[in-house]
Design a protein around this ligand. Structure first.
Ligand SMILES: Nc1ncnc2c1ncn2[C@@H]1O[C@H](COP(=O)(O)OP(=O)(O)OP(=O)(O)O)[C@@H](O)[C@H]1O
Length: 581
């Protein structure tokens, strides 16, 4: 789909407007280099004509010094221009990357189940990187090159209209020809980029699964795969380079043709129309100057076309609507929260209900044990409470306030959730626990670790809170990772804690530690625990048993336990862990 001018304009305005002083400086620097490129040949002409008309040596030396100084100034301006252009590009792309990242984080879970993380990384990083040229150089440099070409042609017209006309026609033909030639090589370079992306995709996937590859003895097979992809890339690269040679040769020939034409014209006008030698030289230098913008204009137009894909993908992602709307209310108390679900139904896919007519009332400070076989909808109910999804019908209230009317920041501050899959970041222990919130002091972090029984683990760390944890928490046991997740929630001091208890068996010592940590975490807070162990269930005041998305049983734990007819009592008789497996 072609990218509309509006999209280009919108992107440029959004990301260049905030740094307009830099953009203005960049345009001025560009105008400076263009101006000097146009003036320098005029100085040369003055020198040559002065020398041939035997002007005073002092004059000639002054002209030469002026020429030299301008050439040096031009170089300095070119360096400053490159510096400012890079600065503009980095600031614009960083702002765009941050906006995309924030947008992705705010998009609801439905979006994330459809789009794989790899795809989003490609958008947030790959596409944005390829747009950096668009921001810094493409538009401004394209404009600059057009201006330079136009300036040269106007000056040539002023020198002699015949020269101006001939070289204008030549410039147009050269633009079309070079564009066609580049067009021949483009598909081959695209194929090379595709092969390179496949090679890196293969590498990334295999390196991600190093442990599986090694343990299944597939190392040799992986190397064979790698050599296949590498060979494919080499073939495409060779082809693209081979095609580039004749293209490059022809471009050089076209440029040489322009210079020859300028020399012939200059020589003709010198001999037959009384043109000065300096002006003939001026024509040659201008024709020479023209070749660079002609080539660059073609390159930049092509790059603009290529960046269209990235622009389109980035714009589409930014336009992706956020279906979980932020609410205005922030008035949740800092104490334990009351929870109420009123006839809540939910489905991920239309027509496939996952939760049906759930009713729930929890007093502040009470604990609900959520039981049910795998796939019964327990995690889904907790996701609705954290507003990762909204119910299809019914409502969920915290302290009598519908969570849809609460601000998402307030909700996420007051509802702490620990899932079975703890996501440990490749960052320091401090950052993993505070989640980069610098208002949380080290003393608070240390106190949380102590309270949750992690002091021995902490003492074993080489750099204390600065110790960097391995990506994915690969250096931690499952129990330690869970305890760190508890500490994260503990530091935020929420009024409702939701725990999805680890179903895997832990050693008795770790299990004891977790039990104590859960007690600490629930003290003075309302809790909902997806329980897999009897010991956990026993701390619940209420029990809800889900079955295929419906509430099979709900009541006070002790009442249900004492009622031999209750499903809960049966579960206890069979053995919870066996019954829910
Ligand atoms: N993102 C999703 N998209 C579509 N269906 C989903 C999604 N997540 C869960 N489901 C389906 O919803 C149903 C309930 O899943 P849920 O994870 O809530 O069950 P659960 O009781 O928590 O199971 P477990 O104890 O194994 O975690 C299952 O049939 C599951 O396949």
């Amino acid at each position: 789909m072609p990218v509309s001018l509006d999209t280009y304009r919108h992107l440029l305005l959004t990301y260049l407007k905030p740094q307009w002083p830099r953009v203005v400086l960049l345009i001025l620097l560009l105008a400076g280099t263009i101006g000097i490129s146009l003036i320098n040949p005029l100085i040369l002409r003055a020198f040559v004509d002065g020398a041939s008309s035997q002007r005073a040596l002092a004059d000639l030396i002054t002209i030469a010094i002026f020429f030299l100084v301008l050439s040096i100034v031009r170089q300095i301006i070119a360096i400053a221009e490159a510096y400012v252009a890079t600065d503009v590009a980095l600031l614009a792309t960083n702002a765009l990357r941050a906006d995309l990242m924030l947008h992705c984080l705010q998009l609801d879970s439905t979006f994330h189940t459809i789009h794989a993380p790899g795809e989003l990384i490609e958008r947030v990083d790959g596409d944005v990187t390829s747009l950096s040229n668009f921001f810094s150089r493409m538009v401004i440099a394209l404009f600059g090159n057009l201006l330079l070409l136009l300036g040269v042609l106007i000056l040539l017209f002023l020198v002699d209209w015949r020269v101006g006309l001939t070289l204008t026609i030549f410039a147009l033909i050269a633009l079309v020809m070079i564009n066609r030639l580049h067009g021949l090589a483009t598909p081959h370079w695209e194929a090379e980029r595709q092969a390179s992306a496949e090679l890196f995709g293969f590498l990334e996937e295999r390196l991600n699964g190093t442990e599986d590859v090694r343990s299944s003895g597939a190392t040799l097979y992986m190397l064979q795969g790698l050599s296949r992809y590498a060979r494919q890339h080499l073939c495409k690269l060779r082809m693209a380079i081979m095609i580039n040679f004749p293209t490059w040769g022809t471009v050089t020939f076209v440029n040489a043709l322009g210079r020859v034409l300028a020399l012939l014209l200059g020589a003709y006008l010198y001999w037959y129309a009384g043109m000065s030698a300096g002006t003939a030289l001026l024509i040659f230098i201008y024709a020479n100057t023209m070749t660079t913008p002609i080539e660059q204009i073609v390159d930049q137009l092509r790059e603009l076309q290529q960046s269209a894909g990235s622009i389109q993908r980035v714009a589409t992602l930014l336009e992706e609507p956020q279906t979980i709307a932020d609410g205005p209310r922030t008035d949740l108390p800092s104490s334990a929260l009351a929870v109420a679900c009123e006839d809540v139904s939910f489905s991920y896919t239309e027509g496939v209900p996952v939760l049906r007519h759930i009713q729930l009332q929890l007093e502040p400070g009470s604990v609900l044990g959520l039981l049910g076989r795998t796939g019964s909808g327990k995690s889904t109910l907790t996701k609705l409470l954290a507003r990762l999804y909204d119910p299809v019908s019914g409502s969920i209230c915290l302290n009598g306030i519908d969570i849809r009317s609460l601000s998402l920041d307030t909700l996420h501050e007051r509802v702490g959730i620990v899932t079975q899959e703890v996501h440990i970041l490749h960052a320091s222990v401090r950052d993993n626990l505070t989640l980069f919130d610098s208002t949380i002091k080290d003393t608070q972090v240390l106190a949380a670790l102590q309270t949750l029984g992690l002091q021995h683990w902490y003492q074993s760390l080489e750099d204390g809170l600065d110790t960097v944890l391995a990506p994915g928490g690969s250096g931690l046991s499952a129990g330690e990772a869970q305890l760190l997740a508890f500490a994260r929630v503990f530091l935020r001091d929420p009024g409702l804690v939701i725990l999805d208890e680890a179903s895997s068996r832990l050693d008795p010592a770790t299990e004891r530690l977790l039990e104590q940590a859960i007690d600490t975490l629930l003290k003075g807070r309302t809790g909902i625990i997806i329980a897999h162990r009897l010991s956990t269930v026993q701390r619940a005041d209420h029990i809800m048993i889900l079955e295929q998305g419906e509430c099979r049983e709900y009541g006070v734990r002790q009442d249900l336990a004492c009622d031999p007819e209750s499903h809960f009592a049966q579960l206890l008789r069979i053995g919870l862990e066996e019954a829910l497996a």
